[in-house]
Design a protein around this ligand. Structure first.
Ligand code: AVJ
Length: 314
């Protein structure tokens, strides 16, 4: 729940924190879409280029007929490319899984021409379990987890998540996983701190959302956007730095708290990967990394993990 998550994250004694899933209200979603077209943010274009390249090859790895479940509702041409390719070998069922019903509705409209769409308004794993139950007999399942969303998880949580996904699947089912790769800091930092200030606006909008929905009084101009590289954890961290000592009241969550000058609220982690690391994560989750596509302009990997018959390592 929004109010209790905000309260928990901001009443911590040490590093204050807010969960990044709350970035995506209508304003946040629009700001993220603007980020994806920034010249400094090559991630989404790399993802798109790779999908275009791999989509025609996918049928070679899966038995038909195919059902596709996407963690997060796909929008735009990425998912459509995949569905179109698969539809050439037979009818495709598509289960977009997202908590946002608005995003699901948009997605269902966009994909209706290429697949039979069954939107699932659930969390990723509950939604995936539901999709697994509704798939037809003999249908192979392809799970899509694109855009390096997995980078938002702590590394141990990402590994556990892959295991949970695998536990939902049958041998021969597959997961197409998009991951942003480690690259020079001179490219990673501007991608999360663009000169036009779009990412700063995206970050501050989290406070604006708390003001709007929880009747809080964050003074948005008293917070600076900050993107840091955490070397030990190989991730970009986004923070909001308090420019002065201040007191904030969040009436809708029934609490107040104080920030020191230069104290930060940690709002997101974006883990970056080595291409080889994906193979290890796959193996540890009883998947085999059957194919990997890499972009050379913006280091990014698309990995096709296929469920192995062997027992799970849990
Ligand atoms: C949607 C999680 C992949 O980590 O690059 C973009 C989110 N945050 N700019 C990312 C994001 C700031 C994005 N993911």
């Amino acid at each position: 729940m929004f109010a209790s998550d905000v309260r928990n994250g901001l009443s911590q004694a040490g590093q204050k924190q807010l969960p990044c899933q709350y970035f995506y209200d209508d304003t946040g979603t629009a700001l993220f879409e603007a980020i994806t077209v920034l010249p400094e943010y090559g991630l989404t274009r790399a993802d798109m280029r790779l999908i275009q390249r791999l989509a025609p090859e996918l049928t070679g790895y899966l038995r038909a007929p195919v059902a596709v479940a996407e963690l997060g509702s796909g929008s735009g041409s990425k998912t459509r490319r995949i569905l179109e390719s698969l539809a050439r070998s037979g009818p495709v069922t598509y289960y977009p899984i997202d908590l946002s019903t608005a995003a699901l509705t948009r997605c269902a409209q966009e994909m209706a021409a290429v697949a039979e769409v069954h939107p699932i308004a659930e969390s990723y794993l509950n939604g995936l379990r539901q999709a697994v139950c509704s798939r037809g007999p003999g249908q192979a399942l392809l799970v899509l987890f694109l855009g390096s969303t997995i980078g938002n998880f702590e590394r141990t949580a990402a590994q556990d998540f892959l295991r949970e996904v695998r536990a939902c699947l049958m041998p021969g089912d597959a997961l197409l996983l998009g991951t942003d790769l480690i690259k020079p800091l001179s490219r990673m930092l501007p991608a999360y701190d663009d000169p036009a200030g779009v990412t700063a606006a995206f970050n501050r909008n989290l406070l604006a959302r708390i003001n709007r929905e929880l009747n809080a009084d964050f003074a948005l101009r008293s917070f600076a956007h900050e993107a840091r590289w955490n070397h030990r954890h190989r991730r970009i961290e986004m923070h909001l730095r308090s420019l002065k000592a201040q007191r904030v009241s969040i009436r809708g969550a029934g609490f107040e708290f104080e920030l020191r000058k230069d104290e930060t609220i940690w709002t997101e982690s974006c883990h970056k990967f080595h291409a080889g690391e994906i193979h290890q994560m796959a193996t540890a989750a009883a998947f085999e990394c059957r194919a990997q596509w890499l972009d050379d302009t913006w280091p990014f990997a698309e990995s096709l993990l296929v469920g192995q018959a062997s027992g799970l390592s849990r």
